[in-house]
Ligand binder design. Structure first.
Ligand code: IMP
Ligand code: MG
Length: 281
């Protein structure tokens, strides 16, 4: 169908106006990009510590599984001033700041419990606590799973096992990961196992444990770690569930220790350099 004279001139007027506008907009964007290379694509992301991340999970066995979401504590986060929180008197001089308050740990743990029950619900789970650092996280996570079990239709029968590993000396992860106690891993043959760990740094401890466990042929293994450290020393290993991703600093509290000290601290804190010297072995 052909256009009438008026319709045709209207069409060309519109074309000239919009293409002129488009050109001016392109010119504007080009000059803006030249002036502010970082500002050329305005970010729609929320602030870093509220961002919900997709990790670069390397679990190649299950490419279709959901990647672990986590709460990021930014590298430049100074944490919170100690005097704003209740910290044992005997540690006041040893800590730089509170990086994750106990309440926030609990809130995030509650959500991890929900995600785990959603994914593993309907099966019997054996929760394997990695001692000693994982005991507080383990106890709280189990309590949240038990609360869910009392209140949902698809409840999860839960039993618990413990393993004690050692890989750290002072503030350094060593190459040698040793099993120094706990239940026999052979009891986990054919079971759905949830490994509960405090912190993944290089990933060596977890890779070693997974290798040992796989020799016992469990039916399924998932790993939940409260913390993952952002560090160039990482092997690239990522757990299935992650509470927080934290800066490359030595952290203590909520059962994380430095040569057995600081497990009796409720918040996760940054250890000071002077304390590293003071409690050195
Ligand atoms: P990875 O083998 O290097 O991944 O280290 C894992 C283990 O080292 C954890 O289970 C902790 O016991 C310990 N670890 C790593 N980083 C820290 C930290 O910042 N504070 C306390 N313990 C840590
Ligand atoms: Mg540990």
């Amino acid at each position: 169908m052909s256009m009438g004279a008026t319709a045709q001139s209207d069409y060309w007027v519109k074309w000239i106006v919009t293409s002129g506008f488009r050109k001016r907009r392109v010119d504007f964007m080009q000059s803006r990009r030249a002036l502010h290379p970082d500002a050329s694509r305005p970010s729609r992301s929320p602030p870093a510590d509220r961002r919900r991340h997709e990790s670069t999970d390397t679990n190649l066995k299950d490419k279709h599984s959901r990647m672990a979401a986590y709460l990021e504590i930014a590298d430049d986060s100074k944490g919170h001033e100690l005097s704003l929180f209740c910290v044992p008197k005997h540690y006041e001089e040893d800590l730089d700041s509170v990086i994750i308050p106990n309440g926030l740990i609990k809130d995030r743990t509650e959500r991890l419990a929900r995600d785990i029950v959603r994914d593993m619900g309907g099966h019997h789970i054996v929760a394997l606590c990695v001692l000693k650092g994982g005991y507080k996280f383990f106890a709280d996570l189990m309590d949240y799973i038990k609360t869910l079990n009392r209140n949902i239709d698809k409840s999860v029968p839960l039993t618990v096992d413990f393993i004690r590993l050692k890989s750290y000396s002072n503030d350094q992860s060593t190459n040698c990961v040793k099993v120094i106690g706990g239940d026999e891993l052979s009891a986990l043959t054919g079971k759905n196992v949830l490994i509960v760990e405090d912190i993944v740094e290089t990933g060596r401890t977890m890779e070693t444990l997974l290798k040992l466990l796989n020799e016992c042929h469990p039916k399924m293994v998932k790993v939940v770690s409260l913390l993952v450290k952002r560090t160039p020393r990482s092997s690239g290993y990522r757990p299935d569930y992650i509470g927080f991703e934290v800066p490359d600093k030595f952290l203590v509290g909520y059962a994380l220790d430095y040569n057995e000290y600081f497990r009796d601290l409720s918040h996760i804190c940054i250890l000071s350099d002077s304390a590293k010297e003071k409690y050195k072995v």
